[in-house]
Design a protein around this ligand. Structure first.
Ligand code: HPA
Ligand code: ZN
Length: 319
């Protein structure tokens, strides 16, 4: 039996498996520049975050209708359930779709159709986190928040993703303030490729409750002390860090050192169709590569529920 766990760092667009990408391409009359799923998979050799993002945004061309987004989310939930996920807080990137002429309503309603059935069909409770693309402008983020207003009943939080370096959290101060005023919770990617200063800024300027990745906090002992003292959760993605070359090998991942330092670590899959595994596979990989024992894996699973945006009753039911 896989350990029951919550997944808190998962981009729904990053669950697009090559087989589904080709099926949707055929249904929607979109031509992909790859002969078949094998050839597409061989393109998954990334040098860094940007080289991944280029392919990731290009493949999204196949996602056009509510049904596409529904099938994408339903396929993720089925895989996640098989690996012990009981609760999922799912990122989506509205600007990656609106830029292609797909309205935000199509995205949210399509995903919503799968999420509405998730507890009954897959035994997974869900929330949606709307991410702003940090390499787009602050104005575009504000327009996205405005466009999301009819769908806020479906959205729990805002996040910040895409190319990190050169796009510090402070750029998004205004949209985070506006999101907070609308009652949305806040997270942000920080310290994946960007410096520890971006983690501080996400906490101090944006007021985020969790840091997505946060890997590079280990370069700043004072920051680590603060994250420990305030029990700020980090949503780590070890397989992603290896595939995007943030670290060379999984054996060198600082997860164990981060746990030993007292950080509230969680382990997640990020973009599982691209990075070689879903969250259960990730637990298995860190067990093998870092020698994490069953008790430490249990701690990671327990942390995932503590870090989730669940109230006490919901948390008890999900565990
Ligand atoms: N980092 C930034 N943006 C992303 C990621 C990531 O790991 N995955 C999908 N968009
Ligand atoms: Zn991510």
């Amino acid at each position: 039996m896989p350990l029951p766990k919550a997944e808190l760092h998962l981009h729904i667009e990053g669950t697009l498996e090559p087989e589904l990408a080709f099926a949707l391409a055929a249904r929607n009359g979109v031509r992909l520049p790859y002969a078949d799923t094998e050839e597409l998979r061989t393109a998954y050799l990334f040098d860094d975050l940007q080289s991944f993002l280029d392919l990731y945004y290009a493949l999204m061309a196949v996602l056009r209708t509510e049904q596409d987004f529904e099938e994408l989310a339903d396929a993720y939930l089925a895989r996640a359930a098989a690996q012990g996920v009981r609760h999922a807080e799912i990122f989506f990137d509205p600007q990656a779709h609106t830029a292609r002429g797909v309205p935000i309503g199509t995205v949210v309603e399509g995903l919503g159709r799968a999420l509405d059935r998730s507890e009954e069909k897959h035994g997974i409770s869900t929330q949606l986190i709307m991410c702003f693309l940090r390499d787009e402008s602050a104005e575009s983020a504000l327009e996205t928040l405005e466009a999301a207003k009819p769908y806020l009943h479906r959205i729990s939080a805002v996040g910040l993703d895409s190319a990190e370096v050169g796009h510090p959290p402070v750029k998004f101060r205004e949209v985070y303030e506006a999101a907070g005023a609308l009652g949305l919770r806040k997270v942000a990617h920080a310290g994946e490729e960007g410096p520890p200063a971006y983690i501080r800024e996400a906490l101090e300027v944006l007021g985020v409750e969790r840091i997505d990745h946060g890997l590079r906090c280990m370069e700043d002992p004072e920051l680590v002390e603060r994250l420990v003292a305030d029990r700020v959760p980090l949503t780590l993605c070890p397989l992603s860090n290896v595939r995007l070359r943030a670290i060379d090998t999984l054996e060198e991942h600082p997860l164990r050192a981060m746990m030993d330092a007292g950080l509230l670590c969680t382990v997640n899959s990020d973009d599982p169709a691209y990075f070689g595994g879903y969250v259960g596979d990730t637990f298995h990989a860190v067990h093998e590569a870092l020698g994490l024992e069953r008790e430490q894996l249990r701690t990671l699973a327990r942390n995932s529920f503590e870090a989730a945006f669940l109230d006490h009753d919901e948390e008890r039911r999900a565990r």
